[in-house]
Design a binder for this molecule. Structure first.
Ligand code: AGP
Length: 596
């Protein structure tokens, strides 16, 4: 997720663009840049936060321009890869939020046509596509170039010979702010509320031409669109959270898009990634901390089911000081920040032991990506809440993709099985949206149990790690003592803790462990514990065993951790809300643990 702003008006563009851009820094902050139409096109960009750009950039005269703050998804966070990106003549510049999934073939075609590239980004391809189509009208050149692009985008384009911004939107947000003798463009209203509260939201497929005193929108069929401005009454803080009360809730609700973006351009091709070609790993070891460790535990079940490769999972701080094993597994390091000290230490230890290493990270250019042999990036966008939510779910997506690579490589996965996986992966955003639609019900249920001091989470098989993750979310943001167990372990000690005061949350989807789960639920309810279960819609048996149930649409068991964890994220969030906890910044913990 990146931040885009634009200005066309009667005032100097540079200070206004910077002021607007700073409001979007929560959308991405690894590099930033500005392009201003003055004496021709003036462009300046730099690696690092917006403050770095502001300290380094020269005065640039001009009353129209665009600016961008980046969260890298394609191309490392360097100055060369920072937006805006220009065409060959440096006559026009583009900023982009989204992913051009067919950028490689477009790039090859443009190189053949003699275009010269200055970056590794997908975005630069669009600058050259517009250049190739430009014959006078900028909007029509952009509209023609868009016909070649696949993927998601919010584009803003300027050309040095006109005080006009052309914007286009497909699945990445763009809003036009209407001023007096000036108009604005941004990824979201947060950036513009200082200057105007009159907003016109662009819709998918539309192209807009913005000048200081005009806004012209055409739709995907080239028809002119008239749209009344909306008046925004949000405060600035509310706007930064997209109207949600907390970043954590916003990020929980961003998960359908995060899954979609993490899959984009990665499930169409049946060709394995070069890294995996010729590598037949006899075992896999996944190493991580916290929530990422729980994702790794789910990954074990996924990899063993899809590739038959024995897989173990270890906490980073344990792995790095454990005795050296004789096996030489593929070591997978899961870390959303890419900066967790223990996981970085584990990656170095793994390489020292001669293992091949793969990283699963959410931050392009983070330390882990420089340590491993290959990185699978999640595309969750920045996660501001300390509690990991959308990064967990996109880590699972990365693990499905990894397991499919391994299973294809060692022929454990047939082409038919792979196609079935692709269909189910494509359905995940909707499965998550179905859970999000139940948020009010989950909140009402959480309110009933928010006064508990202790709360236990049980699951079996692939949903045992989900129980652990639900417990971690609950404990870290509601401060209720949440603890997760494999359901089969209750009789080996934890039952001693069970009482009428300790609600038990049971992940009881109808998979091969379901009957055993019913037995475990009976064990705890017989001792008076209220039981809240997560089950598949249409299950008429489960209600006979539990006090409350939250239903999810039936899904192949290997995918069930995705909707079930979203239930537990909401459960934890609403417990914390009922208890008046800070939620986004829980006590005693930080978003990234860069010390041992
Ligand atoms: C999860 O909600 C916590 N914020 C924490 O456990 C986190 O998952 C852990 O510190 C690992 O972080 P990483 O994914 O950035 O390595």
């Amino acid at each position: 997720m990146c931040g885009i702003v634009g200005y066309a008006g009667r005032r100097g563009a540079q200070p206004i663009l910077l002021e607007c851009l700073k409001r979007l820094e929560y959308r991405g902050y690894d590099s930033a840049g500005v392009a201003i139409v003055g004496q021709g096109l003036q462009l300046f960009k730099s690696k690092g936060e917006i403050a770095v750009l502001e300290s380094m950039m020269p005065q640039m005269a001009g009353t129209a321009g665009i600016a961008h703050t980046r969260w890298a998804t394609q191309g490392k966070p360097t100055t060369e890869n920072a937006h805006p990106l220009a065409d060959c003549s440096n006559g026009l510049a583009v900023v982009h939020n989204g992913i051009i999934s067919n950028f490689m073939q477009l790039r090859e075609g443009l190189l053949k046509d003699g275009h010269k590239f200055s970056s590794d980004t997908d975005t630069e391809v669009f600058a050259h596509l517009v250049e190739a189509e430009l014959q006078g009208d900028l909007s029509s050149a952009v509209a023609k170039a868009l016909k070649k692009v696949e993927g998601t985008y919010a584009f803003a384009v300027v050309s040095g010979d006109r005080e006009e911004i052309v914007a286009a939107r497909m699945e990445s947000p763009l809003v036009v702010g209407l001023g007096d003798g000036e108009n604005f463009l941004a990824s979201d209203v947060t950036a513009l509320l200082k200057y105007t509260n009159r907003m016109v939201y662009l819709q998918d497929g539309e192209v807009a031409s913005i000048t200081k005193d005009s806004l012209k929108i055409i739709d995907a069929n080239g028809q002119a669109v008239q749209r009344e401005p909306q008046k925004i009454t949000w405060s600035l803080e509310d706007a930064e959270k997209g109207g949600y009360p907390h970043f954590m809730l916003k990020e929980i609700f961003e998960q359908p898009d995060a899954i979609h973006d993490s899959l984009l351009g990665r499930i169409e091709s049946l060709e394995p990634e070069p890294f995996f070609q010729g590598n037949n790993f006899s075992s896999v070891k996944i190493v991580a901390c916290g929530t990422s460790y729980h994702a790794g535990m789910v990954g074990k079940y996924i990899i063993e089911e899809l590739s038959r490769i024995p897989t173990t999972v270890q906490i980073s701080s344990e792995y790095r000081y454990s005795p050296i094993s004789r096996e030489s597994p593929l070591v997978v390091l899961v870390t959303q920040s890419g900066e967790t000290a223990d996981t970085l230490g584990a990656s170095r230890e793994a390489r020292k032991r001669g293992n091949k290493t793969v990283g699963i990270a959410n931050v392009v250019g983070s330390a882990i990506t420089r340590e491993v042999d290959h990185t699978i990036f999640t595309r969750a966008g920045p996660e501001i809440g300390v509690a990991a939510t959308k990064t967990f779910v996109t880590q699972l997506v990365a693990l499905y993709l990894l397991a499919m690579e391994l299973g294809t490589q060692n022929r454990s996965m047939t082409a038919q099985a792979r196609r079935a996986m692709v269909t189910n992966l494509r359905n995940l955003p909707r499965a998550v949206q179905d859970v999000l639609n139940q948020a009010p019900l989950i909140e009402a249920l959480a309110n009933k149990y928010a006064s508990a001091r202790d709360m236990y989470f049980i699951g079996r098989g692939i949903n045992y790690p989900v129980a652990l993750e639900g417990a971690l979310k609950t404990k870290e943001i509601s401060y209720i003592h949440g603890e997760g167990f494999p359901a089969g372990e209750l009789k080996h000690g934890p039952l001693a803790l069970i009482s009428t005061e300790s609600p038990v949350v049971a992940v009881a989807v109808r998979d091969h462990t379901y009957e055993k789960m019913l037995g475990n639920i009976s064990e705890v309810s017989a001792r008076g514990s209220p039981v809240i279960a997560i089950g598949f819609e249409g299950d008429s048996e489960l209600p006979k065993y539990v006090d409350e149930a939250i239903w999810i649409r039936e899904i192949p068991p290997i995918f069930s951790p995705v909707p079930t964890i979203v239930v537990l994220q909401l459960w934890a969030y609403y417990l914390a809300k009922a208890r008046g906890c800070p939620i986004d910044k829980p006590r005693n913990i930080a978003k990234t643990v860069t010390v041992e």
